[in-house]
Design a protein around this ligand. Structure first.
Ligand code: UT7
Length: 338
């Protein structure tokens, strides 16, 4: 019997309407467009507005589009995995809410959390369910409403993040396409550099945690930057070496979009040209779990069956990793939806 691969058979993404520009941010904190663009590559980000609007709104829109594009009925879906650091609530899982909103009534659903590497960790998890032969339609969602944990008085961090959701369908294939390999890592010594301190079981919410602004993202940018550059570059270059992929043979690097300088360093280390790298950080900023599916969505029409692609990320934890896959369909033949 030929091996079952887990192939990506569809992709969709959603960004909310409201655009927060560098100009608007410079009226909120002491910053400016030039600093933000030079240091990060970001021009604007999308923000989900409205009371009671959580990450499930972003994930739901992405999944509804995915179902439509892949001509899938909600009841056919076996499993939904949602990677997020900004769940609607601590429980139930945001994936539960998305499953309910999208009519995926026969699916079981759970969330994963690996910060900015979360989408990769969730894809690897979904891949295992498909490759086992037990499940036929697995949806992996990466979604974050980062604006819910951003301190808009902290100029170092508030310029970085945006809100978005993306979703892929994983299905079995016996062709030479799909997820080929994954190399994922965790190093808990990184926990002191990037975290949201309060709101969990160690520091439940109190008046004091709120007053101390401990429900927002804390990041030591320079330390995280150093780790991100070396880890993301190493893991991506090692994946090419392991599979004997020459730079010119790689169709696309799809990097987590945290900082343009980290992306450039990774591409340089892999010996690939800028034209081989998906970069949309200027439009969306860092949307944490959504950056990679958002890139795949924006570039879908250019993707061809058999394209060799490396997904790569680094995030809080620390967590990092790379996934090597062969694209499963011609993106220009996909049903167009609004
Ligand atoms: O996705 C999860 C993983 N996260 C990352 O990968 C993020 C990694 N880190 C970074 O991308 C960068 O460290 C940042 C973009 C967060 C910061 O860039 P940086 O080049 O490391 O800047 P810095 O923190 O060293 O700050 C340089 C200067 C400081 O001023 P002084 O002390 O040199 O006078 C800051 O106070 O820039 C100042 N600064 C700002 N100036 C204008 C910091 N934030 C701003 C700002 N506008 N928004």
């Amino acid at each position: 019997m030929s091996k079952i691969n887990a192939a990506i058979t569809g992709i969709h993404a959603y960004v909310p309407e409201y655009i927060l520009t560098n100009e608007e941010l410079s009226t909120m904190v002491d910053t400016n467009d030039e600093w933000i663009q030079t240091r990060t590559g970001i021009k604007e980000r999308h923000i989900l507005k409205g009371e009671g609007q959580g990450t499930s709104v972003l994930g739901t829109k992405a999944v509804l589009g995915l179902l439509e594009k892949t001509n899938t009925k909600g009841e056919e879906v076996d499993l939904i995995i949602c990677a997020t650091v900004t769940p609607d609530m601590l429980f139930p899982a945001t994936s539960n809410i998305i499953a309910h909103n999208t009519g995926c009534v026969n699916a079981f659903a759970f969330d994963t959390n690996a910060a900015c590497s979360g989408f990769l960790f969730a894809v690897q998890t979904g891949r295992m369910y498909v490759e086992s032969g037990l499940y036929k339609k697995v949806i992996v969602v990466g979604a974050d409403k980062m604006s819910s944990i951003v301190d808009y008085t902290d100029r170092k961090n508030c310029i970085l993040f945006g809100d978005a959701g993306g979703a892929i369908m994983l299905e079995p294939s016996t062709e030479d396409v799909g997820v080929m390999d994954a190399d994922l890592h965790t190093d808990g010594s990184g926990k002191d550099y990037l975290y949201q301190k309060a709101g969990g079981s160690a520091y439940p919410p109190t008046e004091e945690t709120v007053a101390n602004r401990e429900h927002f993202i804390y990041q030591e940018g320079q330390s995280v930057f150093k780790f991100a550059v070396s880890r993301m570059a190493d893991v991506s270059a090692d994946m090419m070496t392991k599979h004997n992929i020459k730079p010119e043979e790689l169709a696309w690097l799809v990097p987590h979009q945290a900082n343009l300088r980290i992306i450039d360093a990774t591409a340089r280390r892999m010996g690939i040209r800028k034209e081989q790298v998906m970069i949309n950080i200027e439009k969306y900023g860092n949307t944490t779990d959504a950056t990679i599916p958002l890139c795949l969505h924006d570039w879908e029409s250019q993707l061809r069956k058999g394209d060799k692609i490396i997904l790569s990320a680094f995030g809080g934890g620390f967590t990092w990793g790379a996934i090597y896959l062969k694209w499963a369909y011609d993106g220009d033949k996909v049903k167009k939806i609004q």
